[in-house]
Design a protein around this ligand. Structure first.
Ligand code: GLC
Length: 482
């Protein structure tokens, strides 16, 4: 079976969030399971020189974009039994940052979607299945139908649309989209691409793909409702028989506290208690926090967006810091309002709150290793990877029960001595504070229970093994082999 992943991100070449991690890990796992796997992504300027040196040029073609004709080169790199193809075009991908204003991105990814299909003829990798990821690749199944249905090599290809985040949809005016993608008016009716008088890339993917997956089972149910459905719950309901939630895994080659070179003291479940103390003291020193092992250190590593529940943190920050028992480290970047809010709290609670406003992969490892607890109060969370990484590093997650957070964190039960973290149901700041205080009291007064829970969390299985098998099941189902 040949499977091609089309994506706007793929670690280690380029990543801004979880999408990059997933497309970096899942294809490798599929290859290990015997699937011939390839990934196609844009050849961005920001890709590290060391990878660019490993690529070699295959060929080029020209893609019609409205009245212009655009060059599309393709480069190839083989790594860990996966073939990576990079679509080259200086005009579209030769600039920072990765994502830009919508009017620019719409054209760039329209070009990418066209190029992915056209380039199959020069790469010679004919997929049985194309696995699409998020809105940037949503037009691929639409184009397959509109431009290639007469060609048998294309006609037999099945498509799976994986939703990592329903909120981002790639919406723009119908006229521009019909022009650059060469689609006639029939495609722009409300049952197809039309979306509140505009047109939507993601909707195209949802309507025209053969199958839809989301990155956790709970999220696949949540998005059937208005609250989480981002105005696409109607079409998702109509297609519910072809929707399945498959939880993401984490990459244990990258996230392994025993071998991690970014952290001060390596550890495993046997010596986590003492090593976490050492890592904590070292992180406190590194970040200018009060060096005291008796502070309850809460970590957050997050994009600073509305999705991530920062309003709740804002609302209870003063109460949380009042008794002087908690320290909070937040690493991330994003919306300016949240960045400034966090800078303010660092200033106000110097020595107890540290806000590192940037993307720093290495520091994120040290935060997971040093923290006692890891806070993720998301408004919605398609899967979330950080809570799984945190558990693997013995930092117990405190999460809101939504999406993948609900599927991966088992709440502590003090009577049964079970669980791998803490959770709360409603998007309510005081409900969150109550659970933070509860976690703190277990940590402080019931060390035995806490330490047993740390070990359970570290040993929980978040590998890609099971999830990769579920993807293969979906592909087999589509190809009629089960
Ligand atoms: C997006 C989602 C996140 C998910 C990730 C990978 O970033 O917000 O919940 O884990 O994609 O699928």
């Amino acid at each position: 079976m040949n499977v091609l992943f089309a994506s706007s991100e793929c670690a280690p070449f380029v990543k801004t969030g979880g999408l990059g991690d997933v497309v970096g890990a899942l294809p490798r796992k599929l290859a290990q399971e015997g699937v011939n796997t390839a990934v196609i992504l844009p050849k961005y300027k920001s890709i590290d020189e060391k990878y660019v040196k490993e690529m070699y040029y295959i060929d080029n073609i020209y893609i019609k974009m409205g009245w212009r004709s655009q060059y599309a080169g393709v480069f190839k790199l083989e790594k860990d039994d996966v073939i990576y193809y990079f679509v080259d075009n200086e005009f579209y991908f030769g600039h920072e940052p990765l994502y830009s204003d919508v009017y620019i991105d719409i054209e760039r990814f329209a070009f990418f979607d066209k190029a992915v299909l056209a380039l199959l003829q020069v790469t010679g990798f004919w997929p049985d299945v194309i696995n699409l990821n998020d809105w940037q690749t949503g037009m691929i199944p639409v184009l397959l139908k509109a431009h290639y249905s007469h060609d048998d090599r294309y006609n037999r290809i099945k498509t799976v649309m994986t939703i990592h985040n329903l909120k981002y949809q790639g919406i723009y005016d119908k006229k521009t989209i019909s022009d650059i993608l060469d689609l006639d008016d029939d495609y722009f009716t409300p049952d197809k691409l039309e979306f509140y008088k505009d047109a939507s890339f993601l909707k195209g993917g949802l309507v025209y793909s053969d199958y839809i997956t989301t990155v956790s089972p709970t999220y696949s149910c949540e998005i059937m409702n208005e609250y989480f459905g981002e105005n696409l719950n109607g079409i998702l309901n109509a297609r519910h028989e072809s929707v399945r939630g498959i939880v993401n895994g984490i990459d244990y080659d990258v996230w392994n506290p025993r071998t991690d070179e970014n952290i001060e003291e390596n550890f495993d479940a046997r010596n986590v208690v003492s090593k976490k103390r050492d890592n904590k003291l070292k992180l406190q020193r590194e970040l200018g926090l009060l060096e005291d092992e008796n502070k309850f250190l809460i970590g957050m590593v997050t994009r600073l967006t509305h999705q991530k529940g920062l309003e709740l943190v804002d609302h209870i920050m003063d109460e949380m810091m009042a008794q002087g028992e908690v320290q909070l480290v937040i690493l991330g970047s994003g919306d300016e309002t949240y960045e400034n809010m966090l800078r303010h709290y660092e200033w106000k609670y110097k020595g107890s709150v540290c806000s590192v406003i940037k993307f720093d992969n290495s520091l994120s490892h040290r935060i997971y290793a040093a923290s006692d607890a890891f806070l993720m109060p998301s408004l919605f969370e398609p899967c979330g990877l950080s809570q799984m990484i945190a558990m693997h590093y013995g930092a117990l997650p405190i999460v809101r029960e939504t999406g993948g957070l609900k599927d991966t964190v088992e709440a502590y039960n003090e009577y049964e001595n079970t669980g791998t973290g803490f959770s709360f149901a409603n998007y309510n700041a005081h409900e969150m504070l109550y659970v933070i205080n509860y976690a703190k009291s277990v940590w402080k007064n019931n060390k035995k229970a806490w330490q047993a829970m740390m070990k359970r969390a570290m040993k929980a299985d978040f590998s890609w093994d099971n999830s990769a098998k579920s993807y293969i099941e979906v592909y087999n189902y589509l190809l009629g082999s089960v």
